[in-house]
Design a protein around this ligand. Structure first.
Ligand SMILES: [Zn+2]
Ligand SMILES: [Zn+2]
Length: 262
C-alpha cells in the first residue's frame, strides 16, 4: 500500500492511496492541474483512479471534486447527506456512488469503512481502508481523519488496529489563543466540532503507539496561522516520549508529503 498527502491544510486537501492495483483519491480541494502535477511528482502518471472519496462538504475538501472526477472519469463516493450539501458544485455529468457511515464497501482491491467524526459539517466522515501490502500482500489497515474536533473513546477503539494514520495536528493552543483570529473563530476551532490541537493528536498517537500497532503517522491540516511544522512535530514527539516504534511525517500546502509504503 502507498499513501501520500498531495496537499493538506485549509487551502486545499487531497490524499492519494494505492494498493493491489487500485488507486484512490480522498478529497479534492486543490486544482486538477495541481493534482496531476503532484501525482507526477510522486511517480504516478496519468494512470487510472478508481474513485474519489469525499470526507465532508467544506470547500477545502470538495472545491475541485467535479473537475477531478470528470478528468479521471471516476465516481465520486460520498454519503447521502454530504452529497446533498455539495450538489450545487457538480455539473451533473459526474458518476456518483453513495456510502453510509459504518457500512463497509469495496473499490477494487480495497475495503473501505467510513466512520463519523465530530466536525461542523452535515455528516463528516473519516475512512478505515484495508488493502494488500506492498510485496508480501499481507493485509494492511490504515485510517484517514483530517477534520475533527474530538477524539472519542469510540474513535480511539476504531483507530487502534491501524498501522498507519493520517490525522490532523491543526493548531498549537497557545498560538491560537494569542493569534489574530476573532474570538468566535477561536472558539469554533477549539470546540468539539472544530479541529484537533497538536496536544490532542499527540495524546491519541502516543496511546496508539504504546499499544504497539501504529508505525507511521502523517500529520495533516496544519494551520498556517496557528501552527508551525516544527511545533506540531515537537509536541507530538513529546507525547510519544520515545515509546512505541512510530515514525512521524509532515504534510504541506504546496507540495506532496513523503510517500509512505506499507
Ligand atoms: Zn478542512
Ligand atoms: Zn472541515
Amino acid at each position: 500500500m502507498r499513501l501520500c498527502l498531495l496537499a493538506s491544510g485549509s487551502s486545499g486537501n487531497c490524499a492519494y492511496l494505492e494498493a493491489g492495483g487500485t488507486r484512490l483519491l480522498i478529497d479534492a480541494g486543490i486544482s486538477l492541474r495541481q493534482v496531476r502535477r503532484r501525482l507526477e511528482q510522486i511517480g504516478v502518471g496519468a494512470e487510472m483512479i478508481a474513485g474519489l472519496l469525499i470526507s465532508h462538504e467544506h470547500s477545502d475538501h470538495v472545491g475541485q471534486a467535479s473537475r477531478v472526477a470528470l478528468h479521471f472519469d471516476c465516481p465520486i463516493y460520498a454519503s447521502e447527506r454530504t452529497a446533498a450539501e455539495f450538489r450545487r458544485r457538480l455539473s451533473g455529468w459526474e458518476k456518483q456512488e453513495r456510502f453510509r457511515p459504518g457500512v463497509q464497501f469495496a473499490i477494487g482491491a480495497l475495503q473501505i469503512e467510513p466512520f463519523r467524526v465530530s466536525h461542523d459539517a452535515c455528516e463528516p466522515c473519516g475512512f478505515l481502508i484495508q488493502g494488500p501490502s506492498e510485496g508480501t500482500g499481507r493485509t494492511v489497515l490504515v485510517a484517514i481523519a483530517t477534520d475533527l474536533g474530538l477524539v472519542s473513546p469510540r474513535l480511539r477503539r476504531r483507530l487502534a488496529p491501524c498501522e498507519a494514520l493520517i490525522i490532523e495536528a491543526n493548531h498549537d493552543v497557545q498560538m491560537l489563543l494569542e493569534g489574530p483570529y476573532p474570538q468566535y473563530l477561536k472558539q469554533r476551532i477549539q470546540s468539539e466540532l472544530g479541529h484537533l490541537s497538536n496536544d490532542s493528536t499527540g495524546e491519541l498517537i502516543a496511546g496508539l503507539a504504546r499499544e504497539g500497532r501504529l508505525r507511521q503517522v502523517l500529520l495533516a491540516h496544519l494551520s498556517q496561522n496557528n501552527n508551525r511544522p516544527e511545533v506540531a512535530l515537537e509536541t507530538v514527539r513529546r507525547h510519544l516520549d520515545g515509546q512505541g516504534d512510530c515514525r512521524l511525517h509532515l504534510s504541506y500546502r504546496d507540495r506532496p508529503s513523503e510517500l509512505l509504503v506499507l
